[in-house]
Design a protein around this ligand. Structure first.
Ligand SMILES: CC(=O)N[C@H](C=O)[C@@H](O)[C@H](O)[C@H](O)COP(=O)(O)O
Length: 227
């Protein structure tokens, strides 16, 4: 079995819960993020994915020993890259107490290279996670220092968003030298188990657990479809 660094050992064969409420929705408040993070850990999650420097700081204070994957989502005019795109975001997440920093690892044009942001993260002793959409992007990110690769951005770099998770991408990445996180559109426990069977080391679930509006809509739509 591959020997992973201690933080990754804790996430191995486990669930990470992404606690990112819908922006400006009724749940988009710091105290609700902290409460959902606590509830996720009580439910058996091994780690958390938290967006925003202040929220990482608050969750770190509330749950001192829990592995946190931190990221900043930033919309910039000059690039479609949104996840931790600038050095100041990396610095803020380091100061806030993240263990792992998630950075967009796609090959889209951007103001700061993945390599530069990854190096800054690693210099501070944190683990680098690359959010990617293809095998080629994963390989480049690993060469640039990513210990974790997530399928996070598969389906989000083109116009049409799929509804199912990308299990084939996991299969194509299973022999790469990285810790592989299945992430993006996992909506059921069965799909999470499938991800593990396809080579994932860990699964991250967000919307299905922590975006109550979307979780509710799935049930509501299922009922309407039979009426
Ligand atoms: C594409 C993108 O920006 N993904 C974001 C990354 O942090 C989040 O909006 C997702 O909720 C997260 O990846 C978990 O995925 P899902 O919510 O599908 O379980």
């Amino acid at each position: 079995m591959t020997l992973f660094p201690p933080t990754l050992q804790r996430l191995h064969h486990a669930l990470v819960v992404s606690v990112q409420p819908i922006p400006d929705g009724p749940m988009d408040r710091d105290e609700i993020v902290v409460a959902m993070a606590r509830a996720a850990i009580e439910g058996g999650a091994a780690g958390l994915r938290i967006e925003g420097i202040e929220r990482v700081r608050q969750v770190r204070t509330a749950l001192p020993g829990v592995p946190i994957i931190g990221l900043v989502k930033r919309d910039m005019e000059e690039t479609a890259v949104r996840i931790t795109p600038i050095p100041e975001d990396v610095d803020g997440l380091i100061r806030a107490g993240a263990d792992i920093i998630a950075i967009d690892g796609t090959d889209r044009p951007r103001p700061h290279t993945f390599s530069a942001l990854a190096a800054r993260t690693a210099e501070a002793g944190l683990v680098v996670m690359a959010d990617i959409s293809t095998v080629a992007e994963a390989k480049s990110a690993i060469a640039a220092g990513a210990a974790i690769v997530g399928s996070t951005l598969s389906g989000y770099t083109q116009d049409r968003e799929p509804s199912e998770p990308d299990l084939q991408l996991l299969e194509n990445l299973r022999d790469e030298n990285c810790f592989l996180i299945a992430e993006g559109r996992y909506t059921s426990p069965e799909q999470c188990a499938e991800a593990m069977a396809h080579g994932a080391d860990c699964v991250t679930v967000g919307s299905a657990l922590t975006r109550l509006e979307l979780a509710t809509k799935r049930f509501s739509d299922a009922i309407s479809s039979r009426c």
